[in-house]
Design a protein around this ligand. Structure first.
Ligand code: AMP
Length: 400
């Protein structure tokens, strides 16, 4: 199937050609016709599947076709993080560049002046994170009475990040008559309840992360000692002539430690995690995308949703407790047809996590037997406090 089969208007087709898109991704094939029909939608998909375009393209088309509409915000896209908000706004800019669409993005952690100025000039599509949105609504800068489409993006992550009450407060302010597009990677009970309360006779679309993506990624595993991980990372960055690497650590503190070590070793690196200011995170991301940084060290929550084209290497410096996270992490590389390389470190205390990951992916990650930082023979795991796996576990990790 090509985009030509989706009955898209000429200005949108032209923008897609400019972006180099010819074939809609599965979520786009499924979702675009429903959204164009005006149906509510429940989409089970995560970042990387093309879900932003799946809602942005038909929204742009619907707005373009309503030639005579009243001034005011017609579309609200609510998303959990600043990084995602910026990316979504950029997508509206890219796909809507041959239409008269006016759009802007608001998020917290920065001065509101620039944002309120943009709002005063008038926008059709507002992309927002929940806290800043409520703040500006309460200050009287935002009027949602003209709204006719509401997009809730990454609903499960809103829950994980503790934003669900803010989201509900925003929903209370929306006009009852509207089209709602609801996206979530997973559907835990609370999110199912929210979806039910928001959607009317929704069309349901679902895509799983393409396993073929994971198949295309060259995976390898290094057994090592916890204390040798920094040296092993440095060794591999040099030995493999790594151009760009995203390194995942378990904790924010761990991420900072790795960055300090790399900087001391003259490797340009920065960390992104929840303790960093929004500006610091965005700067680090921009520097990484521009090639000024070689290594970005991240915790899962900060990195989820970040889209970096041509990322060559992903390091699982620490193995994740939730096995699915491994797939999400390594899916960051090997995008858009590029080959990806995913390297995992496993110390003696992480053997259980490794076993769970391999069980999930039904694949034994090839072990690199020869390297300078092999584990001490006979090392035994330290006793760990047993943790309950599943949702609670994930929520605990999400604070990292
Ligand atoms: P998303 O899941 O919305 O974060 O999109 C993931 C990436 O896929 C982004 O870099 C998009 O620019 C890209 N993308 C989305 N749709 C298409 C498409 N139909 N063809 C090629 N690339 C796409």
């Amino acid at each position: 199937m090509s985009f030509k089969n989706l009955n898209l208007i000429e200005p949108v087709m032209k923008a897609l050609t400019a972006e180099g898109y010819t074939i809609p991704t599965p979520i786009q094939q499924q979702a675009i016709p429903y959204v164009l029909e005006g149906r509510d939608l429940q989409g089970c998909a995560q970042t990387g599947t093309g879900k932003t375009a799946a809602f942005a393209i038909p929204i742009i088309q619907l707005l373009d076709q309503q030639k005579q509409f009243k001034a005011g915000i017609k579309v609200l896209v609510l998303t959990p993080t600043r990084e995602l908000a910026i990316q979504i706004n950029e997508s509206f800019a890219a796909y809507g560049k041959y239409t008269n669409l006016r759009h802007t993005v608001i998020f917290g952690g920065v001065s509101q002046l620039h944002q309120t100025n943009a709002l005063r000039r008038g926008v059709d599509v507002l992309v927002a994170t929940p806290g800043r949105l409520l703040d500006l609504i309460n200050q009287g800068f935002i009027d949602l009475r003209q709204l006719n489409i509401f997009v809730l993006d990454e609903a499960d992550r809103m829950l994980d990040m503790g934003f669900i009450h803010d989201v509900k407060r925003v929903i209370e302010r929306l006009p009852a008559r509207r089209q709602t597009l609801f996206f979530s990677a997973t559907m835990p009970p609370e999110i199912q309840k929210l979806a039910k309360s928001l959607l009317t006779n929704p069309a349901k679309v679902e895509v799983t992360p393409p396993t073929s993506t994971v198949d295309k990624i060259e995976q390898s595993l290094y057994h090592t000692n916890k204390s040798d991980k920094p040296d092993l990372l440095l060794h591999l960055l040099n030995e493999k002539r790594v151009r760009t690497a995203l390194v995942f650590t378990r904790t924010k503190h761990g991420a900072d430690k790795v960055v300090k070590f790399l900087l001391r070793s003259n490797v340009k690196a920065a960390a992104i995690h929840g303790n960093k200011s929004q500006n610091a995170r965005q700067n680090a991301l921009n520097d990484f995308k521009n090639g000024h940084l070689k290594v970005l060290v991240a915790t899962d929550i900060a990195a989820r949703g970040i889209d970096i084209d041509e990322l060559t290497h992903v390091f699982n410096y620490d193995l994740p407790d939730v096995p699915e996270t491994y797939i999400h992490r390594i899916g960051r590389t090997g995008r858009a047809g590029h080959d990806g390389i995913a390297i995992a470190f496993c110390d003696v205390d992480e053997r259980t996590e490794l076993r769970d990951i391999e069980r999930l992916i039904s694949f034994r990650i090839p072990v690199i037997e020869k390297h300078p930082y092999l584990p001490i023979p006979g090392a035994v795991p330290q006793k760990k406090v047993p943790v309950q796996r599943g949702r609670n576990m994930q929520r605990r990790k999400m604070t990292a």
